[in-house]
Design a protein around this ligand. Sequence first.
Ligand code: ATP
Ligand code: FE
Length: 343
Amino acid sequence: SIILGIESSCDDTSAAIIKGNKILSNIAASQAIHNEYGGVVPELASRAHQQNIIPVVHKAVNKANIQQKDISAVGFTRGPGLLGSLLVGTSFAKSLSMSLGVPLIEVNHLQAHILAHFIDDANEKSPEFPFLCLTVSGGHTMIVLVRDYFDMEIIGKTIDDAAGEAFDKIGKIFGLDYPAGPIVDQLAKTGNADAFKFNKPRLENYNYSFSGIKTSVLYFIQKEVKKNPEFITENLADLCASVQKSIIEILMLKVEKAAKDLNINEVAIAGGVSANSGLREAMQQNAEKLGWNIYIPKFEYTTDNAAMIAMVAKLKFDKGEFADLSVSATARYDIEESFKTKD
Ligand code: ATP
Ligand code: FE
């Protein structure tokens, strides 16, 4: 099968072609327009998607060296995400599937972040079921017990901010552009991670909280800047390294607990924050220390991309699980809910 995947849930318009489990092309147009606003502006995002979607799909088809008529199905992100953004991808996918006369396949964006691991070149080896997947992105932070492609259970999640959101909001306090996550990661490389200490949450089970660290950084910065207006510039690398270390420690603590309690040593990470070099290192260390088999997706399959959408669409295509034209985009779309549809 040759399947087109379309992703438009947030601020990246992306299209990818998958043949079997192999990605032939994965094209994205990201929207720089949001940087100056310090976050994604929904109205601007959907307008940019409308402008980008046709050229992006054409590019994906050309780069894959196929023709539109070779496409066996069209997969698209149904949710979760910004409704206005999702609508652009959804209606485009519908009309394309109709005009090509091929099945339409709806995809849950979060499931796609996780199943990106099954793309041929995502990692050296695919995870074995059951595995734990720390899913960390701009909007979500959760530990998912993955029993099968379409059998997943959220065993813990954040009760407030997502980890990516914490990176972005704390970065904003430091005066960094949006999204700050990758910038913090870069700056952290030359900083001392033990320079500053921030409060860690104490939560039951496998749940997370990131609003506490954000507030603690904010108060600390306000206090220090009063004494020395140059405090941030003089300590930026140390601040970034310390914040990154704290976030990673918070993340890993619960994954370690879950892996131990459930006696699972297949552990994966997924989502935008899985691009973080410190998190990748921490996983590597646990592979050595705790004997985990770890799965870290190739960089281009971490943040939003259509390759992961095409991957899930391919798996659903094999099961014959198609959507009909009445399917609608949905801003909230729980990962567990997406399995309750027809089998
Ligand atoms: P969701 O998938 O929950 O709907 P999203 O699609 O907006 O949210 P992703 O694209 O998966 O999120 O991830 C974007 C997030 O990842 C941003 O918060 C960004 O700052 C963060 N991020 C990206 N690269 C890094 C990095 N190297 N270090 C830390 N954070 C990063
Ligand atoms: Fe995402």
